[in-house]
Design a protein around this ligand. Structure first.
Ligand code: DXP
Ligand SMILES: NCC(=O)COP(=O)(O)O
Length: 262
């Protein structure tokens, strides 16, 4: 087990870094017809069978991809997978808390998106957002739900996250993904490493996600300490169109293993 990983409760705590597959994009394709294909449930099941340690959804208020019934059906599926975790992402000032209260997933990730956000593109603004986050975090914790806050790589914000009572951060990795393979890569990664160290120093767990891929994943995990979970959707589902869910999940698991094998 990675000694840098914070010792809070997790259903997959023996994994070096858990892979949670985000199935938003399966729903996006399905929603362009009324035929129910591709099936979000089947996708989740195949990913879990192939070794994914969790499933992530981000039900947006406009239901452009994941719909309320998907969130509920996936919760029922995850109950039959005791080793796997369900991570529901969203803005707790919009539609997220209804799902939390009804379903009590293992984890929620609070994301500060607007109602019509194209895709997530920034983390919480602390201390400005603290007053409205504090009671929502407390409610989730009282329900037994782990709370992760979607954050930009800002080391000085980590003590504020801990002070709010959140369990983890999810590092917003788009800036890393777009710098990967360019001369900016080392400098950008240094910001993530500093933020991860600051998070670990105040007892926070660390997740990461957005535009991670089987190309850029290994380097990120090799350089950034203590990452417990990556949630990956867009690139993984795109890969699955070519390789199938099973081979794709195995490829991502190999990319994770490579990070710890040298
Ligand atoms: C928080 C995060 O980075 C992901 O949930 C991302 O927002 C995926 O959402 P879309 O699939 O709608 O782009
Ligand atoms: N939390 C990030 C996530 O779930 C998936 O993001 P992406 O891989 O679709 O960019």
């Amino acid at each position: 087990m990675n000694p840098l990983v914070a010792p809070e409760a997790s259903r997959h705590r023996d994994a070096r870094c858990a892979l949670s597959v985000n199935v938003n994009k399966v729903a996006l394709l399905r929603n362009t017809r009324h035929l129910g294909i591709p099936s979000v449930m089947r996708a989740a099941e195949l990913c879990l069978l192939a070794g994914a340690q969790g499933i992530t959804v981000h039900p947006r208020p406009d239901a452009r991809h994941i719909r309320s019934e998907d969130v509920h059906e996936l919760a029922a599926l995850l109950k039959t997978w005791p080793q796997a975790e369900y991570n529901i992402e969203g803005n707790p000032t919009q539609n997220l808390m209804d799902f939390v209260r009804a379903l009590r997933p293992q984890q929620v990730t609070f994301v500060p998106d607007s109602e019509d956000q194209f895709t997530s593109d920034h983390g919480w603004n602390l201390p400005a957002d603290m007053a409205r986050l504090r009671p929502l975090i407390a409610e989730c914790k009282a329900l037994g739900v782990r709370v992760s806050l979607f954050m930009d790589p800002l080391p000085l914000a980590m003590p504020l996250v801990a002070e709010l009572g959140a369990d983890r951060i999810e590092l917003y990795t788009e800036t890393y993904a777009s710098a990967y393979g360019t001369p900016r890569q080392a400098e950008v990664l240094a910001g993530f490493t500093a933020t991860a160290n600051a998070a670990l120093a105040v007892g926070l767990g660390i997740n990461a996600g957005h535009d991670l891929s089987r190309d850029n994943l290994t380097t990120f995990l090799r350089e950034v300490p203590g990452v417990q979970e990556v949630s990956i959707g867009h690139a993984l589902i795109a890969d699955a169109l070519e390789l199938g869910y099973t081979e794709t999940v195995r490829e991502y698991q190999r990319a994770i293993q490579r990070a710890y094998s040298l």
